[in-house]
Each structure stands twice: as C-alpha cells, then as structure tokens.
Ligand binder design. Structure first.
Ligand code: PLP
Length: 356
C-alpha cells in the first residue's frame, strides 16, 4: 500500500514534508543552529533541573507555563506582561496554534517569498489556503505592493519574517506598520533571528502597544543555542493568548521542557554570548564571498544567502563531498550557508575554493 491509497485529506495529496537533510558530516551548516554547545557548568545546571523535575513526572506539567512566561516576558522587556507571552514546542508549534485559532478552512494566510518554507507548510496542515506574495530583487518588501496584495487577497493571517530566512533581510518597522494597518486579520512577525540583527535594528515588539492584531514570534532554537529543547514563544495582546488557549493541547509543554527553558533563560548571558562572534564571522564570510566575485545578500541573521550558480545542486554536492553540508534553498540559483565556528567557516571556505 502507498500513501496515496490512504483516505488522506485531498489538500495533502502530492505534498512533500519539510525535509532539511540530516546527514552526519564533519561540518553541518544547513539548519542555522548555533554551533556552540552549552558549557559543562550549564550542562550540570540543566541536569540538576531535570533531576528535580523528574521527581514530579507522575504529575502533569504547569498547563499554562506561568513561571516560564514570566521569565520570557522579563527577557523580552518592552514592558511586556506574562499575560502577553505564550510558549510552545518550538516557534513552529506557536505558528500552528496561531493558524488553528485564526486560520482554518475557508481562510487565507499570506507571506512574501522567498521566505520561511514552514509558513506555507503549517498553513496547509491547518487547512488554510496559502497565498504567496513577492519580495523585491533586494529581498525587501515594497510596502505599497504589499498593501495592494493584501487588499486583493484579504488574508486572515499575514506572515512577515524579519530577519528573513533564507535571505537574512531585516524589515523596517515602518514597512511592518504599513502592512499591519492594511491587513484585515492577524499579522505575525517571525523574529526567529532577531538577536543576530545589526545593532540598532528595532524589533516589531515596539509596535505591539498600538496593534492588538500583531504577533511577534521568537525561538530558543537559534541565538539561544537550544534547538534541541524545542521552545518557541510569542508576544501579543493578552486577548491573542486567550485565543491560543482555545486550541492548544492541554499540557503541551512538558515539565522537562519548561525546566530546561528556565535554566536557559537564567544562563542567557552565556548562551547569547556567542552572538557577537557569530555576527563577526557572518560579516567576514559575506566579505569573503563577495571577494570571490559571488553575489551575496546582506544578512542580519546567522546565515548567508549567496550565488548565483547555474547548477547550484553541483556546488551543494561538491561541498558535501568535502564534508561540508549547506542548504539548497531559496531562489533557484542561490545557496544558504549557516554561520558556524571559526574552524567550520574555514573548512567551508576551503571546500568552496576547491569546488569553484
Ligand atoms: C528556524 C526558524 C524558526 C524556528 O523554529 P523552531 O520551531 O522554534 O525551532 C522559526 N522561524 C524561522 C523563520 C526559522 O528560520
């Protein structure tokens, strides 16, 4: 029997799952993880928190993750209250809950591509029609064109990724404000890479007080170096959080996850301490690639989109043969490399020299 023989929903037929390859090679620069693992002392604190939490594993976790939301609100600042913060298993689950509450059959979600591939995939999974708007040649969003597209399609949910994946482009809050003003429904600004943005880049959190239909999502998967923990979160009007309570599964965030995330927040100075080094390494690889005559998108994230290659698959494959895994993603002639350690980036540059 094959998948197509099952009575699966018609709108899922022929779809392909999210599939960044997980290949065991020496240099993995393909999923924008932070390359620096936790220190031995942080590992010790995590183990201790899990040990304490384990004594209560016969009980369900705090269903509303109150302590964690308090600490996340304190981390975000901007005068946010815990009632304005929500957390789930990765920002992907946060996004899924947003679509369950504000999307659904007969409703439309929209994004401006190239952008994060999970936004359309999660929308489809939530039976929400996906409409793809377009970014400009420099991967920015033209506010007038975006407003026109929104007026045409009347989306219930608009996704804006800033800094954008896979291009690295940060949006001006004025562009976001124009889009929020035009959108008839919710606007989600996915700030998964915000901590990597150049100093002075404003967060969409600054727009929250005036915009109850705005949602800003963040994650511990990237700058926080906690991808394995699966902890994403959002900030929004308290009524938005109330809406999400209607669709979340009870006890969705395990006590072990909550305990680990609290330890991570307590050690945020260590975990975020690698961000400056990664930004410097990013800027260095941008310069190096440009020096090699390649086209490189400006990046406010921990990855760099570069090209253009008539046969990008050959370049990707060539790098893989040298033990360097990057990502074949974005517009057809481009490739994306995550920023790794100094040693990993040296290996990437050496391998690319060979391949080119
Ligand atoms: C990596 C990434 C996320 C993170 O997803 P998690 O589920 O939190 O790991 C969210 N949005 C974008 C744009 C990303 O690139």
């Amino acid at each position: 029997m094959k998948l197509g023989d099952l009575p699966i929903r018609d709108d899922l037929r022929g779809r392909t799952p999210y599939g960044a390859p997980q290949i065991d090679v020496p240099v993995r620069l393909n999923t924008n993880e932070n390359p620096y693992g936790p220190s031995a002392s942080l590992v010790g604190d995590l183990a201790e928190a899990v040990r304490r939490s384990a004594g209560d594993l016969n009980r369900y976790p705090d269903r509303d993750a109150l302590e964690l939301r308090r600490e996340l609100a304190a981390y975000l600042g901007h005068g946010l209250a815990p009632e304005q913060v929500w957390a789930a298993n990765g920002s992907n689950e946060v996004i899924q809950q947003i679509l369950q509450a504000f999307g659904g059959p007969g409703r439309v979600a929209m994004g401006f591509e190239p952008s994060y591939s999970m936004h359309p995939i999660i929308s489809t999974g939530a039976s929400t029609e996906w409409v793809a708007g377009a970014r400009e040649d420099d991967f920015g969003i033209d506010p007038a064109k975006a407003v026109a597209a929104i007026e045409e399609h009347r989306p219930d949910v608009v996704f804006l990724t800033s800094p954008n994946n896979p291009t690295g482009t940060a949006l001006d809050p004025e562009v976001i404000a124009r889009i929020v003003g035009a959108a008839p429904g919710m606007v989600v600004v996915d700030e998964a890479y915000f901590e990597f943005a150049r100093t002075g880049t404003p967060s969409a959190l600054t727009l929250l007080p005036d915009n109850p239909r705005l949602i800003v999502t963040r994650t511990m998967s990237k700058a926080f170096a906690m991808a394995g923990t699966r902890l994403g979160y959002l900030a929004a009007h308290p009524a938005v959080v109330e809406a999400l309570l209607l669709v979340r599964l009870p006890y969705h965030l395990s006590s072990l996850t909550q305990a680990a995330a609290l330890v991570a927040l307590a050690h945020r100075d260590e975990l975020l301490g690698t961000v400056d080094a990664l930004r410097a390494e990013r800027d260095a690889v941008v310069e190096w690639l440009r020096g090699r005559g390649l086209t490189v998108a400006d990046s406010d994230a921990n990855f760099v989109l570069f090209g253009r290659f008539a046969d990008r698959r050959a370049v990707w494959q060539g790098l893989l043969e040298h033990g360097v895994l990057i990502r074949e993603v974005g517009p057809p002639e481009w490739l994306r490399v995550s920023v790794g350690t100094v040693e990993e980036m040296a290996a990437f540059r050496a391998a690319l020299e060979e391949v080119l």
